[in-house]
Ligand binder design. Structure first.
Ligand SMILES: Nc1nc2c(ncn2[C@@H]2O[C@H](COP(=O)(O)OP(=O)(O)O)[C@@H](O)[C@H]2O)c(=O)[nH]1
Ligand SMILES: [Mg+2]
Length: 196
């Protein structure tokens, strides 16, 4: 199995001039703020504070890049946080647009969504955007520790449906218990073998 520990933080980018031109496959992590992006990155890296997590949503305004050895991971600014100004929302939108404009640099996207919630309008817009630009993605249903095993299966099916995906494209994970980490690593392996 692919080794994904020993990851390090590379840099943050606030604008397109600062975006990295990756020399390895890059996986982008996106989703609503508070969906568990930073926690997932820490789970993958098996480190507590590689990516800063926050109980108050909307803190990550930058693209944060991490070096995982065989691949890079980009933690994107979370969308859909209501309590920010219109200007700030527009700025985030522009950052995301500029990021995805360079789609040749993106091997795959993980779109994170809380397993207990239905996709938001922003999530569906994101999926439409990724489909339109033919950028491959998987949905990661986060915080699965909040549900029983039976509820998880049910919610995973429901989320796949709501996103218009097959069940195999939705991976339930928990950053708290580490459940789903292996499936996630397998998904990354598949991405890497496709981009060889
Ligand atoms: N129970 C549980 N809580 C989680 C999980 N992932 C994230 N959280 C919590 O959700 C909040 C937001 O997480 P964070 O990773 O900062 O989300 P981000 O804004 O998408 O980067 C924090 O309070 C985390 O502790 C998970 O798998 N299980
Ligand atoms: Mg974060």
């Amino acid at each position: 199995m692919l080794r994904v520990d020993g990851a390090t933080f590379i840099t943050s980018a606030a604008r397109r001039e600062q975006f990295l031109s990756p020399d390895r496959p890059m996986i982008a992590v996106c989703g609503k703020s508070n969906s568990g992006k930073s926690t997932l990155i820490n789970l993958l890296a098996r480190r507590k504070n590689l990516a800063k997590t926050s109980a108050s949503p909307g803190r990550t305004r930058l693209v944060n890049y991490f070096d995982f050895g065989e691949f890079l991971l980009a933690d994107l600014p979370g969308y859909g946080y209501a309590a920010v100004s219109k200007e700030e929302k527009e700025r985030w939108g522009r950052t995301l647009d500029a990021f995805f404009e360079r789609k040749g640099d993106i091997a795959h996207v993980f779109l994170l969504s809380d397993i207990r919630r239905d996709p938001s309008a922003d999530d569906l817009q994101m999926v439409a955007f990724l489909n339109y630009h033919i950028i491959p993605f998987s949905v990661i249903a986060t915080k699965c520790d909040k549900l029983s095993r039976m509820q998880r299966r049910e919610r995973t099916r429901h989320i796949a449906n709501a996103f218009g995906l097959g069940e195999g494209n939705v991976i339930a994970v928990s950053g708290l218990t580490g459940e789903g980490r292996e499936e996630l690593v397998s998904a990354i392996e598949a991405v890497l073998s496709r981009s060889e």
